[in-house]
Design a protein around this ligand. Structure first.
Ligand SMILES: Cc1cc2nc3c(=O)[nH]c(=O)nc-3n(C[C@H](O)[C@H](O)[C@H](O)COP(=O)(O)OP(=O)(O)OC[C@H]3O[C@@H](n4cnc5c(N)ncnc54)[C@H](O)[C@@H]3O)c2cc1C
Length: 485
């Protein structure tokens, strides 16, 4: 047992599993508060989790999907400032949709004036009909009904439904609408009509219309900078494989065990529950309410300058496997060698949307050509490619998610286990880097200072789901078999 602490003095022993943004936020806060009896254990040899980056031999640095850093929290902003100092770029978001052989500024719904006239008319009629029919987004029972009520049939047909299927790899009627918040620009029909009639682009919506990016090392460059603050309490290559909530111990792959008084888990809930001794069957079964998609982050580096002001582009059509491409080399001069371009593509997968791992790279390159980002002859100037398969990509906000979480989380907390972060909490709406970091910080504030958590909470079930029986089937595996860890 390596458990009692490196420097215990009667303090509660806090153990953190996972050194992604959530675990690192908690670790940073512990050292900031001067607590000494804690450790953080990471399965891999790198900090950052899904927000880490990879640099290849040719000098191209890849993130896992396009990561944009923006924040809802003063604490997070100050922490980023402290870690990065002046080593960041500040970027004005320029996001586009490419469809019907044309550019439509993001958000799509505010900029439909760019569509062909017949499609524009169909979208406008759809909006008007949805209002005339009194479709009420608040009464929608799922994300599909929400879209049809909010945007009408035309916008759903041409963008919302095909695009969201490409992103989520799940049909929209399997998803709830509770996650939407600031993630989807809602419709204001007067604003849309004005934009059409006045021929005006409307591009400033959203919380991330300017963002910071680390100057060095990609997004992961931020997380690498935690190391000096936490290195005395950090263990790499320590994969937890068993948890005994009665004895309050964690066992690792290498046979070591450690004791905890409070455990902060940041690994996916569907990985945590099967390793918990004595976990009630009802709790294990509840994890079948937790759906997720897997994904491929694929980089293609070519020998031509990044001559663009675009940041990223959304692709709702089926001439490309990816739903988004980021011009990553636009974010920092140190992401790629001089006068080259690095495209970073994102493709999701699940049992509803299979992807062939053997052909996905070629499909991606062909997709870049199909959508006009590369020319056929530029195949000859490809300098590098990298395929990063990720098992846990997006925690699907499924219709029954909150029913499952309502069983799982109280059981864990009764056992002094806080499961937080993107897949630890399994709530997409608080699954970004700032939310994750703050979930970690706030658990420590709760345990040591008695302050209530602000970011994480259990949701009430919507009325139409309250009567549903608890889930009874074991969770189904989806998507890719390996992740990048
Ligand atoms: C495609 C994509 C795009 C994204 N874009 C953005 C964006 O633009 N902006 C933004 O803010 N956020 C974005 N995110 C979200 C961001 O990556 C997450 O918020 C963040 O990484 C979650 O941090 P976490 O610590 O909760 O989990 P993770 O990052 O998943 O970290 C968990 C850690 O636990 C470790 N671990 C797993 N199992 C074990 C075990 N058994 N024992 C020990 N350690 C273990 C893992 O190795 C990992 O290091 C994006 C994510 C994806 C996938």
């Amino acid at each position: 047992m390596n458990g009692n602490s490196k420097d215990g003095n009667g303090e509660k022993r806090i153990v953190i599993l996972g050194a992604g943004p959530t675990g690192l936020g908690a670790a940073y806060r512990l050292q900031e508060l001067g607590h000494r009896n804690w450790n953080i254990y990471e399965a891999t040899d790198t900090l950052g989790g899904l927000a880490r980056s990879f640099t290849d031999e040719q000098g191209f640095t890849y993130d896992i999907g396009g990561h944009v850093m923006f924040s809802h929290y003063e604490y997070f902003d100050k922490l980023v400032d402290k870690l990065l100092g002046h080593d960041y770029t500040q970027i004005q978001r320029e996001a586009w949709v490419w469809m019907m052989e044309r550019w439509v500024p993001y958000p799509f719904q505010n900029n439909i004036r760019h569509l062909p006239n017949d499609v524009l008319l169909e979208c406008l009629m759809g909006l008007i009909n949805a209002q005339k029919e009194g479709r009420d987004p608040k009464a929608a029972r799922n994300f599909k009904e929400f879209n049809l009520a909010q945007f009408g049939d035309g916008i759903c047909k041409y963008f919302m439904l095909p695009y969201n299927f490409k992103v989520w790899a799940h049909p929209a009627d399997m998803m709830n609408k509770e996650w939407i918040g600031e993630r989807v620009a809602l419709v204001n029909i007067e604003r849309i009509l004005c934009n059409v009639i006045e021929q005006k682009d409307d591009v400033n919506w959203g919380p991330n219309n300017t963002f910071k990016f680390p100057l060095y090392g990609g997004t992961g460059g931020l997380y690498a900078r935690y190391e000096p603050y936490i290195k005395d309490n950090l263990y790499f290559n320590k994969r937890a494989t068993g948890i005994d909530p009665t004895a309050k111990t964690v066992t690792f792959e290498d046979g070591d065990t450690t004791h905890y008084d409070v455990l902060l888990n940041t690994m996916p809930l569907t990985e945590l529950l099967p390793m918990m001794e004595g976990c009630p069957e009802s709790v294990r079964a509840a994890s079948s309410d937790l759906l997720y998609s897997s994904g491929y982050s694929i980089g293609v580096g070519i020998d031509r300058p990044t001559a663009t002001s675009k940041c990223w582009i959304y692709y709702p059509e089926d001439d490309s496997p990816f739903y988004r491409v980021t011009y990553l080399s636009h974010y920092s001069p140190h992401i790629a060698p001089p006068d080259t371009t690095l495209f970073l593509t994102e493709t999701s997968t699940s049992k509803y949307k299979p992807v062939n791992e053997d052909t996905i790279l070629e499909e991606t390159i062909q997709g870049l050509i199909n959508v006009g980002l590369m020319k056929e002859e530029e195949r000859d100037i490809i300098l590098t490619t990298k395929v990063i398969p990720i098992k846990y990509w997006y925690p699907t906000p499924s219709v029954y998610r909150d029913r499952g979480l309502g069983v799982i989380q109280p059981y864990l907390m009764e056992n002094d286990i806080y499961s937080r972060g993107r897949f630890g909490a399994w709530c997409y709406e608080i699954g970004n880097m700032d939310h994750s970091t703050m979930m970690g910080v706030e658990v420590i504030n709760k345990v040591l200072l008695g302050e209530p958590e602000q970011t994480w909470k259990l949701h009430d079930l919507p009325d139409h789901l309250e009567q549903m029986p608890a889930a009874s089937a074991p969770p189904e595996a989806v998507g890719v078999s390996a992740d990048a860890q």
